[in-house]
Design a binder for this molecule. Structure first.
Ligand code: KIV
Length: 273
């Protein structure tokens, strides 16, 4: 099956994402962490590729996103950028590289942009990290915000449950989203919040709002590639739609290979020199 057919082969830019929101074309975003996967995702017609710090979970097997380092994110970012022609590539700034002070945030963001050649960075948080956001933006580095469930703050929350159900937290989220837009962020990810709240944010802001577990009334959707391809089992939140059962496909293929090697069916006459 071919990828999504789009006439528009131009590189996706932050400006073109804004135009997509204005003409009500939904934005499709997925994560990728390596060259091979990024190339497939890009050629299938995705608009935005996120080199998420979820690499800490799905690539490195950590329980949280906190342990991944700036060097490791840069390695993943470089690998992805090499495989991409069309999609906008956003690299997550890992935990501890921008919360401390704005100068450190800027230094981290500059390293990501210089060494990976990505198009933008993503930061988790609102008012608390606004100084870092402004400092990074002042250097001409585009920022995607991230509000709602912020996995880098999991130790504060103590749970991955839906955020901003209570009015006070919902009001803060709306305030934070507006602060990020005013500062100059080009888009915001809203993770695991009530769909009505996400709709309100998408309606009140002019920049694109990308949801994950935030309902359909936002400007785009993002999922972790291993989850939507059915590679990672044991993670089944309500918002996750599985588009393939790659765990089964890969296990069957590898099982067949093991059988063929042991039975000496592989390699055959034609598969040798
Ligand atoms: O790291 C990540 O994959 C993310 C998405 C869940 C939005 O931040």
């Amino acid at each position: 099956m071919a990828g999504y057919i789009t006439e528009d082969k131009r590189k996706v830019t932050t400006h073109r994402l804004l135009e997509m929101k204005q003409r009500q074309e939904k934005i499709a975003m997925l994560t990728a962490y390596d060259y091979t996967m990024a190339k497939i995702v890009d050629q299938a017609g995705i608009d935005v590729i996120l080199v998420g710090d979820s690499a800490s979970n799905v690539m490195a097997g950590n329980v949280t996103t906190l342990p991944i380092t700036l060097d490791q994110m840069i390695y993943h970012g470089k690998s992805v950028v090499r495989g991409v022609e069309r999609a906008l590539v956003v690299v997550d700034m890992p935990f501890g590289t921008y919360q401390g002070n704005p100068t450190e945030g800027l230094t981290s963001a500059i390293r990501i942009m210089k060494e990976t050649h990505a198009d933008a960075v993503k930061l988790e948080g609102g008012e608390e990290i606004l100084d870092s956001v402004k400092r990074i933006l002042s250097a001409g580095i585009p920022i995607m915000g991230h509000l709602g469930l912020m996995p880098q703050s999991i130790n504060k929350y103590g749970t991955y449950t839906v955020r901003a159900r209570e009015q006070k937290e919902a009001e803060k989220l709306i305030r934070d989203a507006k602060l990020l837009e005013e500062a100059g962020c080009f888009a915001i990810v809203l993770e695991k919040i009530p769909a009505t709240l996400a709709r309100q944010v998408a309606e009140e802001l002019t920049i694109p709002i990308i949801g994950i577990g935030a309902g359909g009334a936002v400007d785009g959707q993002v999922l972790v590639i291993q989850d939507m391809l059915g590679m990672s089992l044991g993670f089944s939140p309500k918002f996750l739609r599985r588009y393939a059962d790659l765990n089964r496909v890969m296990t069957d293929a590898i099982g067949q290979y093991v059988t063929d090697v042991k039975s000496q069916d592989f390699p055959n006459e034609k598969e040798q020199y």
